[in-house]
Design a protein around this ligand. Structure first.
Ligand SMILES: Cc1ncc(COP(=O)(O)O)c(C=O)c1O
Length: 403
């Protein structure tokens, strides 16, 4: 197969597909000169609430701010003279899941993941919750676009009397095993519209979702410095508003989102089929446990009413060859990424929390073994086959001795 170029994400291809629809709308916002909040934001919030299946969707400046706002709406953070509050979150996720907890003066407590799905492990979380003092919330992440088992997590929240805040930053449109869209069943759902997300803005953007009227009121006040009415502040909030331009762009893109999801899902299924035909197993089997076959583990996939939206398509390969595989793919012009090379409990900024190597082995192994491949909607069959062929050839050549 001839050499080709396969970027990790091709936003230009997406833009080409919607340019005619988008450009007059962007011009309209510029003509209006209404840039912060306003009717475009209100309309987007209505449409987003409908899409997620919740009463309230509230735009904000980023996914990280969405998490900050959710925690603040629950009253989580430093309170002078009071013991430190703690929030359990996964060790294997994007930094801001835990960074937002620390930023407010609360303490993240890291739970290990289920190695098959990469999502936070519920048994590990229960064990941690039993010994965590001043537990204020549990914040699982629907990682890579795959839902946690919401029924079980909501029960866990009840068991410990704390809210389940959903970090759904990678998962707008993901469905849980009941068919519900994520972000609709926890106390608050947190979304990111960072450009690489399935629904990406032309800059930063985020939103929170909830069915709770009182929380929605708080969230709306907190995003405008805690002022209600304007210039009267009973609480201290943030400047975290969604721009009208971003809202207008997101409204257009939301209309295409399910088609893009379908294309991503098809791409992911094609990858899994091709890797499986080449001898790969799913990540339900640890990579060191099979002497024969190919040392590649595909995502496990989901059944029934659940929907995985494949914000990322993540493989496992032996840790000893992962970085060389990355370099090889770069040479072949195949974009790839590692989400995430350092689990959060081992990040330098959290060293004072006292975690050590070996504490959360599944998170540490995932950080060493995983590699994300291009899965964007416009990926062609030819590109996908080139990616699979390149990965399989390299792993066959280099991994036989390490499996
Ligand atoms: C799991 C997770 N949480 C939170 C965020 C933060 O979102 P943002 O980049 O919009 O601040 C991201 C974005 O990368 C994410 O992937």
């Amino acid at each position: 197969m001839s050499e080709m170029n396969v970027p990790l994400l091709d936003l230009k291809a997406q833009y080409d597909g919607i340019r005619d629809e988008l450009e007059p709308i962007i011009r309209g916002v510029i003509e209006d000169q209404w840039f912060i909040m306003g009717p475009e934001v209100a309309e987007f919030e209505k449409e987003l609430a409908e899409y997620v299946g919740v009463k309230h969707a509230i735009g904000c400046a980023s996914g990280s701010d969405a998490i900050l706002l959710a925690l603040m709406a629950h009253g989580i953070g430093h309170q002078p003279g009071k013991p430190i509050q703690r929030v359990i979150c996964p060790a294997y996720t994007f930094f801001s899941t835990a960074g937002s907890v620390s930023r407010l003066g609360a303490e993240p407590v890291f739970a290990d993941i289920d190695p098959a799905t990469y999502n936070m492990d519920i048994d590990a979380t229960r064990a941690l919750a039993q010994k965590t003092e001043n537990l204020a919330a549990i914040m699982p992440v629907h990682l890579f676009g795959q839902s946690i088992d919401m029924d079980a997590w909501l029960e866990l929240g009840k068991e410990f009397g704390v809210p389940i805040i959903e970090d759904a930053a990678q998962s707008l449109g993901t469905k849980d095993s009941t068919g519900a869209v994520v972000g609709s069943r926890g106390s608050i759902g947190c979304f990111s519209f960072f450009p690489s997300k399935n629904l990406g803005a032309f800059g930063d953007g985020g939103a929170v979702t909830t069915n709770d009227d009182a929380l929605a009121d708080k969230l709306r006040i907190l995003r405008v410095h805690g002022g209600k009415p304007k210039y009267y502040h009973s609480v201290i909030g943030l400047n975290s508003r969604l721009d009208a331009l971003q809202a207008a762009i997101l409204r257009v893109k939301l209309g295409h989102l399910d088609d893009w999801h379908t294309q991503r899902i098809d791409n992911a299924h094609r990858y899994t089929k091709l890797f499986t035909e080449a001898g790969a197993l799913t990540s339900a089997t640890p990579i060191g446990e099979q002497a024969e076959g190919l040392a590649i583990r595909t995502p496990t996939g989901v059944d029934g009413s659940a929907r995985h939206i494949y914000n990322q398509y993540v493989l496992r390969v032996p840790a000893t060859i992962r970085d060389d595989l990355r370099a090889h793919l770069r040479e072949k012009n195949i974009g790839n990424e590692v989400y995430y090379p350092v689990p959060l409990h081992l990040q330098e900024c959290f060293l004072d929390l006292g975690w050590s190597v070996g504490d959360l082995p599944h998170s540490e192994l995932a950080a060493a073994e995983t590699i994300a491949l291009p899965v964007f909607p416009e990926l062609t069959d030819e590109q996908a086959r080139y990616v699979v062929e390149s990965v399989v050839a390299f792993v066959n050549q280099h991994a036989a001795q390490v499996v």
